[in-house]
Design a binder for this molecule. Structure first.
Ligand code: ITT
Length: 187
């Protein structure tokens, strides 16, 4: 069984590789409009769209940061909250100025689809806190401001393999792997 992975995000691809995911890349130069209102809907839209371009099952994921004091924002708009990663982070910190409650979580939903039909979705989450000062150079996206209390570090200060072990993406991928094993007796 040949599996494909559709993402244009290099950070996600690096973490898929850490998981040992063996999947062929898909041309993502013509992405679908992500007009769903949940991570599940947007992951399904992407997986369904790219599955029409391949001859086997495709995984796609939708992920983001939910900040409690911002009513769950940036949420499904995380990638394009303000623009680039640094603009996104700047906006996040500005929005949280003077706000005491800092709890937040990363969410990752992976969808698998074949020939235009979504077969399953899997959700992983990891809880943390938003810190004003950017710390660390590793990871991507909001990682310099995402403090993970059990490590007493931001995810950008955490070595990639260590971040990955506890991450939202890993939790969703583990469920995917269990599902694939069951369905295709492979992996
Ligand atoms: P694809 O749709 O092509 O996969 P994308 O970057 O547009 O790539 P999303 O719409 O799912 O993907 O947006 C995910 C955003 O959420 C990402 O750009 C980051 O800003 C944030 N994010 C998700 N997981 C993250 C992580 O592990 N560390 C830091 N930021 C993360």
């Amino acid at each position: 069984m040949k599996l494909y992975a559709a993402t244009s995000n290099k950070g996600k691809l690096r973490e898929f590789a850490l998981a040992g995911l063996e999947a062929a890349p898909v041309d993502t130069s013509n992405p679908p409009e992500e007009n769903g209102s949940t991570f599940e809907e947007n992951a399904a839209i992407k997986a369904r769209h790219y599955s029409l371009l391949t001859d086997g099952p495709v995984i796609a994921e939708d992920s983001g940061l939910e900040v409690d004091a911002l009513g769950g924002a940036p949420g499904i708009h995380s990638a394009r909250y303000a623009g680039s990663d640094s603009e996104n982070n700047q906006k996040l910190i500005t929005e949280l100025q003077g706000v005491e409650q800092r709890t937040a979580r990363y969410v990752c939903v992976i969808a698998i689809a074949e020939k235009g039909e979504v077969l399953a979705t899997f959700r992983g989450e990891v809880e943390g806190e938003i810190v004003d000062q950017a710390r660390g150079n590793s990871g991507f996206g909001y990682d310099p401001h995402f403090y993970y209390p059990p490590f007493q570090q931001t995810f950008a200060e955490t070595p990639p393999e260590k971040k990955f072990k506890v991450s939202h993406r890993r939790k969703a991928l583990d469920q995917l792997f269990a599902w694939l094993k069951n369905r295709f007796q492979t992996l």
